[in-house]
Design a protein around this ligand. Structure first.
Ligand code: FNR
Length: 194
């Protein structure tokens, strides 16, 4: 199963980037073929339809293709003001915007429809970014994802990782593994049915 993993943060010491690295490792252990990307490696401007009319940026096309190639996704979402950050919204808006000039990409949901997505979050707060997920889920459903019902919010994130970026608590690792397992389980069954 091909799994795409990324975090909605480009911050150098981002907790969600650390969580994405842990997630990718656990998914590889579970036998998935993991593509772990950093959104900071993609040159994606703030969405603007006038800009788009001059041509969809090359890195947006890379993201669309990556999304399309992966039946399973896991997103690690920071929480900003009880919701998810603009970086995630902007990335997903670009991914879902049809490329009118390219017959292969006139379907805006080509990259996301029917994919299984798992949500994780990490925050220094006690709730671990749970409210970010509650806003992210409707957006993902609108993009025609199947949203995995099991999710995990990592609270007190500044104490949650050791110096090597590993999760300190076995319980936290087990929660992440449960999301990974469910996403892979569901994606395999959806693929088999297609
Ligand atoms: C935050 N942060 C935050 N945390 C939280 O648990 N609930 C919240 O509502 C908010 N709101 C918020 C707004 C803004 C504008 C910023 C910049 C930050 C704190 C946030 O969780 C923290 O900065 C994390 O470290 C961000 O995630 P990364 O970059 O570590 O992955």
């Amino acid at each position: 199963m091909r799994l795409l993993v990324f975090a909605g943060s480009t911050r150098q010491h981002s907790f969600n980037r650390k969580l994405a690295r842990v997630t990718a490792a656990l998914a590889r252990e579970a036998g998935a073929e993991v593509t772990h990307i950093e959104l900071g490696d993609f040159d994606v401007p703030m969405y603007n339809a006038d800009l788009e009319a001059r041509g969809t940026p090359a890195d947006v096309m890379r993201l669309k293709q990556l999304g399309f190639e992966h039946p399973a996704w896991i997103i690690c979402a920071p929480e900003y003001n009880a919701s998810y950050p603009a970086l995630l919204k902007n990335t997903l808006d670009w991914i879902s915007s049809p490329v009118k000039s390219d017959p292969a990409w006139t379907d805006g949901f080509k990259s996301t429809r029917g994919k299984v997505v798992g949500m994780l979050s990490a925050s220094p707060g006690a709730l671990g970014g749970l409210r970010s997920q509650s806003h992210l889920a409707p957006l993902l459903l609108n993009l025609n994802f199947w949203v995995a019902p099991t999710s995990f919010a990592l609270g007190r994130a500044e104490d949650a990782f050791d110096a090597d970026g590993q999760l300190v608590a076995d319980s936290a690792r087990n929660h992440v593994r449960a999301v990974v397992d469910q996403v892979l389980w569901a994606a395999e069954r959806l693929q088999a049915g297609n």
